[in-house]
Structures are given as C-alpha cells and as structure tokens.
Design a protein around this ligand. Structure first.
Ligand code: ZN
Length: 169
C-alpha cells in the first residue's frame, strides 16, 4: 500500500475525463488499496482516481463514523436521481480548506462494479448520495468549485495558487 500524491485545484489534470475500467484485475486492486490508504491518510470521505492522476473510473468512499466501511465503486452510472435536491456544504481533498454550498439530489441509485468486479446497485441517500455525486463529477473532470459563481471560483483559484507557491517556497 502506498500513499499517493493528491492533485490540487487548479491543476489542469483534474479536468481529465476518466475512461471505463476494462477489467478489475491485480492492477486495479492495487490502485484501489492505494486509494483507500490515501483517503484514510488524508481524513477524507471519498477519493476519485482522477485526484491521484489516474484517469480511470474508480472511486473509493467511506462515510462511516468508525472509518471501517470502505466502499469501492468502479465504472459507476447513475440510474436514478431524486428530483428532490438539497444544498449542502462540500469540501474536497483537492481543494483543501474550502467549503461551500452545492445543490445535489438527496438520493441516487448507482450501478457499478465492486472491488471484486461484481456488479451491484447502490441505493444511497444522505451523505453517501452527496459523496457519490461529488466523486462521480471528478471522473468527468469536474471539481465542485465549478458549481460556484465565477467570482467565488476565481477567488478560490487565487488562494490555492498562492498556498501552493508558499508550500513550495
Ligand atoms: Zn473532491
């Protein structure tokens, strides 16, 4: 298991569209175990492969209090989303320190493969539903700040670039 470096907004690689996983083989299993280690190390509740610069449709999530219920989501497709929506504050490991409101469906059904390559349908609501929608956006090259106003987004971009420059100095 390895802790992988996480890309930080506004890194252009975060806007890469991921391709479907062809086979859940040893390479993907290793990626999943590295992504889980990276997510837990960073105290995140979800991580998309895009964020570790691997552009394949793989997500790991753990929204449990005890951090002991890893969920592996490969090639996810939303098959149903509730018309009911809610605005909640979101954060992202790729945009550290920034939290802002994003509107999401309150419930979704997602068809995906699990870590063993078995098909399953996840019926999610609450935090898990929001997390799935947030992580699936990453696979399409979309970061949550893109839902915010251009003014807010530019302010965040400037702040991130400055923080990254200071971190390197
Ligand atoms: Zn994110």
């Amino acid at each position: 298991m390895a802790i992988l470096p996480i890309l930080c907004y506004p890194d252009p690689r975060l806007h890469t569209v991921a391709r479907p996983v062809q086979a859940v083989d040893e390479r993907i299993r290793l990626l999943v175990s590295d992504m889980l280690a990276t997510m837990y190390d960073a105290h995140g509740i979800g991580l998309a492969a895009t964020q570790v610069d691997v552009h394949e449709r793989v997500i790991v999530i753990d929204v449990s209090e005890e951090r002991d219920q890893p969920l592996v989501v490969i090639n996810p497709e939303i098959v149903w989303a509730s018309a009911e929506k809610v605005v909640g504050d979101e954060g992202c490991l790729s945009v550290p320190g920034i939290y802002d409101g994003v509107e999401r469906s309150t419930a979704v059904h997602v068809r995906a493969l699990d870590g063993e390559g078995q098909p399953r349908t996840i019926e999610a609501d609450g935090l898990l539903a929001v997390c799935l929608q947030h992580e699936m956006d990453h696979l399409l090259g979309k970061v949550f700040v893109e839902y915010l106003s251009p003014l807010k987004r530019n302010r965040i971009k400037t702040k991130m670039v400055k923080a990254q420059r200071e971190a390197r100095a």
